[in-house]
Design a protein around this ligand. Structure first.
Ligand SMILES: Cc1cc2nc3c(=O)[nH]c(=O)nc-3n(C[C@H](O)[C@H](O)[C@H](O)COP(=O)(O)OP(=O)(O)OC[C@H]3O[C@@H](n4cnc5c(N)ncnc54)[C@H](O)[C@@H]3O)c2cc1C
Length: 392
């Protein structure tokens, strides 16, 4: 263990879900480590973690993404016990209300392949015919769809509380949280040597973990790396519909990408990733976008939602990996000591536990409990994108 002030075994840039999970798993594995988490926005006003839809799903078609979610399910089931600090248990409002992916003729084969893989991996997953969809969710109009895949264990939670749970536990285990901005990752030839902070302070370390979310490419650039990650604005809208569903609606995802679910307070939350979503650090949500584009689409599938009031909205950033929209996890091959946990696009919240554990194992030189080497950073240099289904 390192004793000098400002000298750390590991410095983590960014204290969102990735940074806090990584700190927690490192400290849990070896309580003698000196770990610092540098976070420039400790209120998490702009972090993707707190601006997300907070959905956890098993429905992926890349084996490792499914396994990552299986581990998230395990962790969340015991979260309140495991993250208790001095008897205080965090409450994360975990609601397993399901995810329903509607499938049209074009998507049938992909959906069937995904379903088969999820079942082979032991996931609870069901195929619903249009009649079953109508029976379970009478407000929906599934005409035009061949059916849907329903994951009864999928659901959502209070992302802020999960983040605070990991943060509090990491702090309890003596990870140090520093309010500052990392303005430079310091390197010496092919090794990381530390970080420089906006305050002018320097932290010395041989291991830096880039957990800077949508800011990841900016941080990486200071060490001379170009990451294919773009901060891309996504918007969520909160709706008060005139007709209320009788029970909770699952996160329902149409093939167009439109998604919605019920939220507490009788509201519906809705969003859609669109090709022209602005790239940059923009957090301004746009009421007109909902009214002109998304509302008509929603009302076509749920005709009674033709009458509603848009209550509010927000915008957050996806860290879009423009190579393949999948995570980049591991040590950068050309710079010893620089680890990446980046590019999670729209599914990083649920990946925090598995990624944090994996990174801690890589950093400590231990055998990974779950092999996530498919997400290795080398694929950027090799220009080999992953696709749901394997390397193409
Ligand atoms: C609208 C929306 C909906 C989403 N829905 C879901 C969902 O339903 N399910 C799901 O799993 N995922 C979802 N996501 C994606 C998920 O939120 C992210 O993938 C995940 O939160 C990424 O976590 P992170 O820790 O990498 O990034 P963040 O949570 O953004 O944390 C990064 C932190 O790094 C800090 N930082 C950046 N640069 C520096 C620096 N130089 N110095 C110090 N600190 C720095 C930032 O302040 C920030 O707090 C959604 C995202 C959005 C925007």
């Amino acid at each position: 263990m390192i004793m000098e002030k400002n000298c750390y075994d590991v410095v983590i840039v960014g204290g969102g879900i990735m940074g806090c999970c990584t700190a927690y798993y490192l400290m849990n594995a070896d309580n003698n480590l000196k770990v610092a988490v540098v976070e420039m926005d400790p209120g998490y006003v702009y972090a993707s973690t707190t601006l997300s839809m907070a959905n956890i799903r098993i429905q992926f078609s890349l084996k490792e993404n499914i396994q990552i979610s299986q581990y998230a399910f395990e962790c969340l089931d015991r979260f309140e016990e495991e993250m208790a600090v001095d008897g205080d248990k965090p409450s994360i409002s975990y609601r397993r209300e399901g995810n329903l992916f509607l499938v049209d003729e074009d998507g049938r084969q992909t959906a069937e392949e995904g379903l088969a893989l999820q079942k082979a991996l032991g996931c609870q997953i069901e195929w619903y015919s249009p009649e079953q969809i109508r029976k379970h969710y009478p407000l929906y109009d599934p005409d035009g769809y061949v059916g849907g895949t329903f994951g009864p264990q999928d659901g959502h939670l209070d992302a802020y509380s999960v983040l605070m749970g990991y943060r509090a536990k990491a702090k309890f285990l003596e990870a140090k949280f520093i309010k500052d901005e990392v303005v430079e990752v310091l390197v010496d030839a092919h090794n990381v040597t530390g970080v420089k902070l906006a305050s002018g302070e320097r932290l010395t370390t041989k291991v830096v973990v880039n957990c800077a979310g949508a800011w990841a490419a900016k941080v990486a650039r200071t060490a001379g790396l170009v990451l294919p990650i773009e901060p891309t604005m996504r918007q969520i809208f909160a709706l008060d519909t005139k007709v209320k569903p009788e029970g909770p609606l699952p996160l329902t995802i149409l093939p167009s990408g439109l998604y919605f679910r019920t939220e507490t307070g009788d509201l519906i939350l809705l969003g859609k990733s669109m090709d022209d979503d602005p790239v940059g650090f923009n957090f301004t949500w746009d009421r007109k976008r909902f009214e002109d584009i998304l509302w008509p689409e929603l009302a076509e599938f749920v005709p009674v939602f033709d009458t509603l009031k848009l209550m509010r909205g927000w915008a957050g950033l996806y860290a879009v990996n423009t190579l393949d929209e999948n995570a980049i996890i591991g040590e950068w091959p050309k710079l010893k000591g620089l680890f990446l946990a980046n590019g999670f696009s729209g599914h990083g919240l649920q990946q925090g536990p598995a990624v944090g554990r994996y990174l801690s194992e890589l950093i400590l030189g231990r055998k990974p409990s779950l092999d996530l080497s498919i997400f290795r950073p080398e694929r950027i240099l090799e220009n080999k994108p992953l696709s749901e289904g394997g390397i193409i």
